[in-house]
Write a protein that binds this ligand. Structure first.
Ligand code: GCU
Length: 593
């Protein structure tokens, strides 16, 4: 599919979904950070939004009203309210919010100097789960979805000096949501990623895509989108290190496409080469660090830059080994990815939702391949059109944000979803959109398997739509004994690569016993040992991401003194201690060249 069609698909889907398109590469723009202390009001009955007749209140908390006289009645006050740190979940900042699911109001004052001929946006890296945003008491916009960025133009709402932003954050789980009400991870609520005010020229570079042409070796192709009135201008694409200096004419909606021959050092885990790519318009210069590589499959093989590669991976939840709670910072990303590298990984599965941008940008730098996923998890409401639109929006947001990240090689549209006609239609439509937006990556999903005696068959009809088949299995933990694991043989109905997206077992760090004793490190280690023996015999296996790097919090894991609301399948405990199975997997990966 030519880049022009890709762009047009992009424009259609983005505009259709949510009007305001996502602005990418935030941290290389003219920004003011709103990170830090925000005033908060805990509001379980949404009293700051609805009146006593459950009607929307036009004078809700978002007005940030103050008494005008000593007789005025106002029953809230952000200025004397408690504080929370942004970015960050509320669950781990206050014990009384650990299990809280509901609304918390956030308020931040900030100064601003309006510069003539500019535009102003407010950008959120993520808010879990539903966000209503007001600037100076006026609605800026709202967004649903806990793990993807969004921004609203506030040019007409912002003033010189003493501005304030109020956000109604509601993390209540809903059956029609994405994810739905049951997940095996903690429902961390809050403004969980960075918040920035962005100042742009009247016409600015909203979006761009630049990568090796998937059809022609040695060729770079891409497109840019300008937002504003000056949509017809000459834009320069520069890669100074290689002398590339390419003019691109934009037209119509501000769209411009390009392709040029370039002699580039390719990005790979062994050589994660990133180039400074400069995009220059009459009013703006944006710089990004981009790696150029090609990922493809050939039969049951996975090829990176034309060479076969085995994906030596591990699954990761977005939890901070540094401070606990929802990870968001560069330091969190370093702690997580350094542990994966120590394990011998060249690949990570960022489960079960798009992680913060620090993770994929650091993976670019470190040369770690990435599986990125939207939280279409378990029993989604497949027949609900609003649910589909939510899933599509999160898929588009994920691709828009990370399409220029060389490390990201796989977009995953689902995890362990039950087979049905409606589920197949829902996911097939998502896959078609993903392909139209980005033909340079592999599409996958973590599917489930069919067991017949000691034979495992890969036969999910969804796999007809996938480039690389993900499959979860827990032999030795949720089914069968450890001794039975290596008795299984595998067969597939597809001439496609298989990656085992999950296998694993739980262990409490420091609990030692024999290999038959559940929760001992020895039990977990024996499962890994037998799993690796079995999987080594599967000749169409091209990778794995065992479950999981670190213990992580889950409301589904209450077993006292063992789990205490932690899922214990980590190879590393939540205190950072390495369990026996860590070394078994590390030895296995180090034995693979
Ligand atoms: C499932 C699921 C994970 C879950 C894991 C477990 O496969 O994909 O989200 O945490 O199994 O049961 O620990």
């Amino acid at each position: 599919m030519k880049m022009k069609n890709i762009f047009l698909a992009f424009l259609f889907v983005s505009a259709f979904l949510f009007g305001q398109n996502q602005i990418i590469n935030i941290h290389n723009r003219n920004t003011i950070s709103l990170n830090g202390e925000w005033s908060i009001i805990i509001d379980p009955y949404e009293n700051g939004y609805y009146n006593y007749r459950y009607e929307e209140n036009p004078n809700g908390y978002f007005k940030n009203a103050k008494p005008k006289s000593k007789t005025d009645l106002i029953e809230y006050d952000f200025d004397t309210a408690d504080k929370l740190i942004v970015p960050g979940d509320w669950n781990t900042q206050r014990d009384d919010l650990f299990f809280y699911e509901g609304t918390v109001w956030y308020k931040k004052s900030f100064d601003y100097k309006i510069q003539p001929g500019t535009r102003t946006f407010i950008h959120f890296g993520a808010v879990n789960y539903d966000a209503k945003v007001y600037v100076n008491g006026m609605k800026a916009g709202e967004h649903t979805g806990g793990f993807t960025p969004f921004n609203f133009e506030i040019t007409g709402l912002i003033k010189d000096s003493d501005n304030f932003v109020v956000v109604k954050v509601d993390n209540k789980r809903i059956r029609e949501g994405v994810p739905t009400v049951n997940t095996d991870w903690w429902n961390y609520g809050g403004i969980t990623r960075d918040v920035n005010i962005i100042t742009t020229p009247a016409t600015f570079i909203e979006d761009y895509f630049i990568q090796l042409d998937p059809d022609t070796t040695g060729k770079v192709t891409g497109w840019i989108i300008l937002n504003g009135d000056k949509t017809e201008q000459t834009v320069k694409i520069k890669i100074p290190e290689t002398g590339i200096n390419q003019d691109v004419e934009t037209f119509g909606e501000g769209w411009g496409s390009f392709s040029f021959i370039a002699d580039l050092e390719l990005w790979s885990p062994g050589s994660p080469k990133l180039y400074d790519v400069i995009i220059e318009t009459e009013d703006e210069i944006i710089i990004d660090k981009i790696g150029f590589r090609k990922i493809e499959t050939e039969g049951t093989n996975v090829l990176l830059n034309g060479e076969s590669i085995f994906l030596k991976g591990i699954s990761i939840h977005e939890e901070s080994p540094v401070n606990g709670g929802r990870a968001h910072s560069h330091e969190d990303a370093e702690a997580l990815l350094n542990s994966a590298v120590k394990l011998g990984c060249n690949y990570v599965r960022l489960a079960h939702y798009p992680h913060n941008e620090n993770m994929v940008r650091l993976a670019d730098k470190m040369g770690i391949l990435v599986w990125s996923e939207i939280p279409v998890y378990w029993t989604i409401k497949w027949e609900n059109p609003d649910t589909y639109d939510l899933a599509l929006q999160q898929l588009v947001d994920m691709i828009v944000r990370d399409k220029n990240r060389a490390s990201v090689i796989i977009w995953s549209v689902a995890n362990e979803t039950p087979r049905s006609e409606s589920r197949l239609n829902f996911l097939t439509n998502l896959i078609e959109h993903a392909r139209s937006l980005d033909p340079t990556r592999l599409i996958s999903a973590a599917t489930e398997l069919t067991y017949n005696g000691r034979t495992i068959t890969i036969d999910d009809p969804l796999s007809f739509e996938l480039d690389i088949i993900g499959a979860n299995q827990y032999l030795g933990w949720y089914s069968n004994s450890i001794e039975q694991i290596n008795e299984f043989t595998w067969e597939t109905k597809f001439n496609k690569p298989l990656v085992i997206s999950e296998f694993g077992a739980g262990a409490l760090y420091g609990f030692h016993a024999d290999e038959q004793t559940r929760w001992s490190e020895e039990y977990q280690d024996a499962v890994y040992r037998e799993q690796l023996k079995m999987l080594s015999k599967v000749d169409f296996l091209r990778g794995m991401s065992p479950w999981i790097l670190y213990d992580f919090r889950s409301p589904r894991r209450p077993l006292p003194k063992i789990q205490d609301f932690w899922n214990r399948k980590g190879l590393i405990s939540n205190e950072g201690k390495l369990k026996k199975a860590f070394y078994t997997l590390q030895n296995f990966y180090n034995s693979i060249k």
